[in-house]
Design a protein around this ligand. Structure first.
Ligand SMILES: *[C@@H]1O[C@H](CO)[C@@H](O)[C@H](O)[C@H]1NC(C)=O
Ligand SMILES: *[C@@H]1O[C@H](CO)[C@@H](O)[C@H](O)[C@H]1NC(C)=O
Ligand SMILES: *[C@@H]1O[C@H](CO)[C@@H](O)[C@H](O)[C@H]1NC(C)=O
Ligand SMILES: *[C@@H]1O[C@H](CO)[C@@H](O)[C@H](O)[C@H]1NC(C)=O
Ligand SMILES: *[C@@H]1O[C@H](CO)[C@@H](O)[C@H](O)[C@H]1NC(C)=O
Ligand SMILES: *[C@@H]1O[C@H](CO)[C@@H](O)[C@H](O)[C@H]1NC(C)=O
Ligand SMILES: CC(=O)N[C@H]1CO[C@H](CO)[C@@H](O)[C@@H]1O
Length: 593
């Protein structure tokens, strides 16, 4: 730590006295300092680059306390006038979470009132809603919380197809659950003896529920017409006792099922077990269980987590636009787009269809960076979130997300790429807001972006679907040369190689235009890690991938890639005999038509 401070002072001294180092340069130097906490120097970069970059963080929890502060800082530094409506809504949600996650807010929600409330809170609650257990479940199912069973409704030709599937989730161990129930009741100020009774009731229901989950059931399914479903009985349990019409009316917003609509029940015996359990449970107990389960996660999470969980797409959108220098980042995208055009368009690897899809992706990402995503904004148009009532917001937001149509592939691709900014945010919580300037954008994002750009050239998620079938012959050669075990791995390697060429050449071009490269390199080299701008590129690109599972596989792939990259050996001074020294017979990619 002391050493670090000395170095920091040294750098600042250089900055203050000898040179005038720009904000951009400071950004790079700070990143260099940050890497001292992130890299594992037990590994030599030329022997095990994956270990060097990821050997310390892949198993480490990166989220710091500072992260929350940074989000607030980010929001504070944003100019509300520049936010799109959906971003403003997200901000409202966040603010409501910070200021009104309380009892009053909970008790004034629609859901609270219509369900009959949380009995543990109100000793005098004799409000019988008369819902019955199925009616009570419908209140929650409609909002997208599938207690006991999940109901999915779709259209098939001109009939509705309803699938009922028993829920088998256990988010916590029973012990943990018990502990959380205690904490929750306490945090809501439930008087101790009442809390004790409530938690015993809830635990016994939870135990029964888990017994039903534990029972092995074959994965069968049974199909009924709706009319037959309502009339049927299983063992001594008759469906006719339940008001299924009311249940579906709630889920369908007032519409009803036709008697010829189809009902498919998965794991019918388990569903019947649940029904017998629910039939035998008092509404009072069920309400206590359901409200506790509903509140347990949202009352413990911090506000930023809730934003991420329940409006992840808007969160990622906000993050990418607030935490970066938009103009510099857009210029980087354009630069990589040019490299794509020069190096890939007209090559055997892609055809015109791929090219069109990749181009569309590029222009969308650039547009989002400069102007925001109006499709996403439009998707959130009907959602109203105020600043005052957290639980009401929560209910609206969950219902809204539940009813949204599934995203298109193009939207998914954009969303996946946008998640890179969350990774940066986790990696560098100390980076100032709005300071992801050009060099850091290249270092952290260029390769990942290039990867998404190439892969976006297909309307399917099959690995390698972006590749033109005209390149089959070259691909067979590539597989042979790269000695990859499966075609999937070969496609991954090929994609990474192409992405690295696009991103690496853009970065080198950008470096070539900077007058200060030597000066910054001199400052970087003086640091403990002896970095250079060239080294930063390889480190940063891999750093972004460290946390995403399958470490053995990732490391093999990365090392194969680096053995095909002369610039890597050059940047790190790898020598003949080093494991990652550039191989003699490199796999050729530059096959033009
Ligand atoms: C670096 O890696 C070595 C070998 O896996 C490990 O023992 C060590 O704990 C790591 N160092 C840090 C600081 O994580
Ligand atoms: C990291 O975690 C994974 C699984 O969680 C484990 O298999 C692996 O051995 C761990 N690696 C180190 C270096 O601790
Ligand atoms: C009973 O329900 C009504 C409306 O549903 C509500 O205004 C009232 O506060 C409830 N009383 C209690 C004790 O919960
Ligand atoms: C239905 O049968 C189960 C055993 O299969 C029994 O435990 C339960 O009490 C019965 N319920 C009714 C209402 O008869
Ligand atoms: C029904 O509930 C009672 C009291 O809670 C319990 O004793 C009984 O075993 C339950 N029966 C079934 C079938 O779950
Ligand atoms: C695979 O590569 C080896 C050289 O590494 C070559 O001798 C062989 O002919 C190649 N096979 C095919 C099918 O291209
Ligand atoms: C250390 C540093 O570069 N800070 C800058 C980050 O960005 C903000 C806003 O653009 C500047 O005000 C800081 O000086």
């Amino acid at each position: 730590m002391a050493e670090l401070l000395v170095q920091l002072f040294f750098v600042l001294w250089l900055v203050g006295s000898c040179y005038s180092v720009s904000i951009v340069e400071q950004d790079v130097l700070r990143f260099g300092q940050e890497l001292e906490h992130l890299l594992n120097t037990t590994y030599s970069p030329c022997q095990d680059f994956y270990g060097y970059v990821c050997g310390r963080i892949s198993n480490q929890t990166l989220r710091h306390q500072q992260e929350k502060q940074r989000f607030q800082q980010l929001l504070r530094s944003s100019n509300p006038g520049q936010l799109l409506a959906m971003e403003q809504k997200l901000l409202n949600f966040y603010k409501s979470c910070q200021s009104s996650r309380n009892l009053d807010s909970l008790m004034s929600t629609q859901l609270y009132k219509s369900s009959g409330g949380w009995p543990a809170l109100e000793s005098s609650n004799n409000n019988q809603t008369g819902l019955g257990w199925l009616g009570l479940l419908s209140q929650f199912h409609e909002m997208g919380t599938p207690y006991f069973f999940e109901t999915r409704i779709s259209m098939q030709s001109n009939k509705r197809l309803v699938t009922l599937q028993p829920d088998v989730t256990r988010r916590h161990t029973l012990r943990k659950f018990e502990q959380r129930v205690g904490e929750l009741l306490q945090s809501f100020g439930v008087e101790q003896s009442r809390a004790h009774v409530a938690s015993l009731e809830v635990l016994s229901l939870e135990r029964n529920r888990r017994d039903i989950i534990k029972t092995e059931r074959i994965d069968d399914q049974v199909q009924f017409s709706y009319a037959n479903f309502k009339r049927s009985s299983f063992g001594n349990f008759s469906m006719a006792r339940l008001d299924w019409d009311a249940y579906f009316r709630k889920l369908l917003g007032g519409k009803t099922l036709k008697s010829t609509d189809a009902i498919v029940v998965k794991q019918l015996p388990r569903l019947v077990d649940y029904m017998q359990l629910l039939q035998n449970t008092s509404i009072h107990r069920l309400l206590n269980w359901i409200w506790i389960d509903y509140l347990i996660d949202i009352s413990a999470a911090d506000c930023q987590q809730l934003v991420e969980i329940y409006a992840g797409d808007v969160y990622a959108h906000l993050l990418q636009r607030l935490s970066t220098d938009r103009v510099q980042l857009t210029q980087m995208y354009a630069g990589i787009g040019r490299a794509y055009k020069e190096q890939l368009v007209g090559s055997v690897w892609i055809d015109e269809i791929s090219e069109q899809s990749s181009k569309r992706f590029l222009s969308q990402v650039m547009h989002i960076m400069l102007n925001g995503d109006e499709y996403l904004d439009a998707a959130y148009q009907d959602l109203q979130l105020g600043r005052r009532n957290f639980y009401r917001n929560m209910e609206k937001l969950r219902r809204f997300q539940h009813k949204r149509p599934p995203p298109t592939l193009a939207a998914l691709q954009l969303r996946q790429y946008a998640q890179s900014f969350e990774t940066i945010y986790e990696l560098l919580p100390r980076q100032q807001p709005q300071n992801l300037t050009a060099p850091l954008s290249y270092v952290l994002l260029a390769e990942r972006f290039a990867n998404h750009l190439v892969a976006a050239g297909s309307s399917s998620r099959t690995p390698g679907a972006w590749r033109s079938i005209d390149s089959d012959r070259q691909f067979i050669q590539f597989v042979n040369c790269s000695k990859t075990a499966t075609n999937t791995n070969a496609h991954e390697l090929l994609l990474n190689m192409l992405a690295q060429r696009l991103a690496g050449s853009s970065y080198r071009e950008w470096l070539g235009q900077q007058a200060t490269v030597n000066r910054v390199n001199a400052l970087l080299t003086a640091g403990k890690l002896q970095l250079t701008l060239q080294r930063l590129y390889f480190i940063g690109s891999l750093l972004m991938e460290c946390r995403e599972g399958q470490q053995e596989h990732k490391s093999q792939l990365q090392h194969k890639l680096l053995r095909n990259t002369p610039e890597f050996s050059e940047a790190f001074g790898c020598r003949h005999g080093d494991a990652l020294y550039v191989q003699q017979q490199r796999c050729q990619l530059a096959e033009h038509l």
